[in-house]
Design a protein around this ligand. Structure first.
Ligand code: FAD
Ligand code: N01
Length: 528
């Protein structure tokens, strides 16, 4: 008999909820987590200004009405410390930590076909066996750490937003460089701008950003708490797993110019990620997208005093929404201060790091601290970092030309290995909490089904997987999404195969497909 019914890798929102659900079934389950505590993303990413960009009333667990009622969010968008407190509260409330092994990394998974169990090897040299493994390893948990020549010679401090020191970093009065202008870079730059002596930002691609319009939400929270079940149901069927009033949206092609302007302005004033839902065809129709992109460019030009600098901060090379949008609170205005400067590295490439700073073009920018906000090996990074073997093949080899999954939940040839928010599921294109809970519930129901029918093994039929991979690619090709060099495409990692990884067909549609498959006795899976 294996040591455990299930081993769960990762103690973020996914792994914690999965542990809770498996305990309810009476399964023996153990979580293995590389970090020193629960929280995943919110444990690691403690950089200044780190904050959620999905509203807190949406970005929270829905599985327990008592939990929903007892927790009070203070702001429309919760800060990293508040989210971490929430995760810790959940872990304590359900007594989860007694089944979690912290500070331990899973290095290898080996499927034993005869025993019908996985052997899980960790970096402390231990190995455990389990009937099934659930990879709750996160879509954005493996930092991308591009090499910059001379980095080891730098005499000052270097920090990554994705593994920010727990004790914090004192940046007051320092000369600071930030490399990277995605969501992490934007939040960091905005937060540290007012405290540093000087700030130089190295930008490869400018970002589209929508104002957060953050603030207290007491009244709204009370109102939503009074109807949380109905509220959550709507989010589960919504296109991006949170409510954007999409039923009221029209197609751009059917809208007259006044309506277009009014709708863009309304979404801009609402703030937040729902901007991409202004028109139903915004991510499909180039003209619709250009109208929405141009509206944002104009807003940036209004915020930045120096027109030449504004031109550099305006994104022009990709459609809005085809790279992950940012939500900001004064990012562009930061550049109106004399002590803040921008280096467009397309014009002045970073040549090397010296003991004193960063040489870009012909200029050496002397700094005390360098902050790398250079992103993640997204979606496949954490799974490919583990040596996963079954039947003479590795998952890494199988995925060399891009991930191949059935529903983003399993990969053919790797029995009893489940993924939470795996590639080819909506995952990063959604409010992740909605997608996480859906996957955990689906996997839990599948395991219950196996148990009830005295079955031991589940894996996708290769033909069903092939069909799903093709469907995912075909739907993506109907949109503008694959046209950008985004991390959705793997384009941020040198040598990574460029394929569009998430399922773009929408959370509600995806749920209907997966519900149907479960109801039809797991059509497309082999259960033995
Ligand atoms: P994670 O939180 O990434 O947890 C995975 C855990 O697995 C990690 O703790 C990691 O240490 C562990 N792990 C991985 N590999 C191994 C291994 N081999 N051995 C042992 N442990 C391992 N999503 C939204 O929907 N809205 C947001 O506003 C939002 N903001 C974000 C902000 C930041 C800075 C980042 C980086 C991501 C954000 N996301 C957001 C995405 C976020 O990752 C998810 O919302 C969610 O937290 C993911 O939870 P998870 O448990 O699936 O994965
Ligand atoms: O990472 P990113 P992130 N030289 O990949 C640049 C979530 N999140 O950590 O765009 C120079 O977006 C890179 O340039 P380019 C959210 O899903 C949410 O910021 O590849 N520059 C880019 O500017 C998000 O999308 C929040 O050309 C280099 C930046 O570094 C995801 O996590 C907050 C470079 C990386 O941006 C990742 O966000 C934070 C190089 N060699 C994160 N390599 C919220 O607000 C990369 N870059 C909720």
């Amino acid at each position: 008999m294996p040591d455990h019914d299930a081993i769960i890798i990762g103690a973020g929102f996914s792994g914690l909820y999965q542990l809770h659900r498996l305990r309810e079934l009476g399964f023996s389950a153990r979580v293995i987590e590389a970090g020193g505590d629960v929280g995943g993303t919110w444990y690691w990413n403690r950089y200044p200004g780190a904050r959620c960009d999905v509203e807190s009333i949406e970005y929270s667990y829905s599985f327990d009405p008592e939990l929903e009622q007892e927790w009070d969010w203070s702001e429309r968008y919760a800060s990293q410390p508040e989210i971490l407190s929430y995760v810790q509260h959940v872990a304590q409330r359900y007594d989860l930590c007694r089944d979690i092994t912290f500070n331990t990394r899973v290095e290898a998974l080996d499927w034993d076909d005869e025993a019908e169990a996985w052997t899980v090897t960790t970096d402390d040299g231990a190995s455990r066996t389990a009937r099934c493994v659930i990879a709750a390893t996160g879509c954005l948990s493996v930092p991308s750490t591009p090499e910059f020549e001379g980095r080891e010679d730098f005499a000052g401090e270097q920090h990554w937003t994705s593994s920010w020191p727990h004790e914090g970093v004192d940046l007051a009065g320092k000369r600071v460089a930030v490399i990277g202008t995605g969501s992490s870079g934007l939040q960091t730059i905005t937060a540290i701008g007012p405290v540093v002596r000087s700030l130089v930002v190295f930008q490869r691609t400018p970002s589209y950003a929508i104002p957060a319009r953050n603030g207290p939400i007491d009244e709204r929270l009370r109102e939503v708490k009074a109807r949380y079940p109905e509220f959550r149901e709507l989010s589960r069927m919504a296109r991006i797993g949170m409510q954007c009033g999409e039923d009221d949206a029209n197609d751009y092609v059917d809208s007259d110019p006044e309506t277009v302007q009014r709708e863009l302005e309304r979404r801009w004033l609402d703030g937040g990620l729902c901007y991409t839902q202004t028109f139903r065809d915004l991510l499909r129709d180039a003209d619709a997208n250009e109208a929405a992109s141009e509206y944002l460019r104009e807003q940036i030009r209004r915020k930045v005093d120096d027109p030449e600098l504004a031109d550099k901060l305006v994104p022009t090379t990709y459609p809005v929404g085809s790279k992950r949008m940012c939500v900001d609170t004064g990012y562009f205005e930061t550049f109106n201060h004399d002590h803040v400067s921008l280096v467009d590295i397309n014009e002045e490439p970073i040549r090397r790091i010296t003991p004193r700073g960063i040489v870009a073009g012909d200029t050496e920018h002397q700094v005390d601290v360098i902050i790398f906000a250079t992103g993640f090996d997204a979606m496949t990074g954490a799974l490919n970092a583990i040596d996963i073997r079954s039947g003479g093949q590795t998952l890494r080899e199988k995925w060399a030309s891009g991930p191949r999954t059935y529903l983003g939940l399993m990969s053919a040839g790797f029995p009893n290995l489940f993924m939470i928010t795996g590639p080819q599921s909506p995952s990063v294109l959604s409010n992740m909490m909605t997608s996480i809970e859906y996957h955990v519930d689906w996997v839990t129901n599948a395991l219950q089904h196996l148990h009830d029918h005295a079955l031991h093994r589940m894996e996708p039929d290769p033909a069903a997987e092939e069909n799903w991979v093709n469907t995912t690619n075909d739907i993506a090709d109907l949109t503008l999404m694959p046209t950008a060099a985004s991390w959705y495409m793997g384009a941020n990692i040198p040598g990574k195969k460029r394929v569009f990884m998430p399922f773009v067909g929408g959370v509600g549609t995806y749920k209907q497909v997966c519900d149907g498959i479960a109801t039809s006795h797991y059509h497309g899976f082999e259960l033995t």
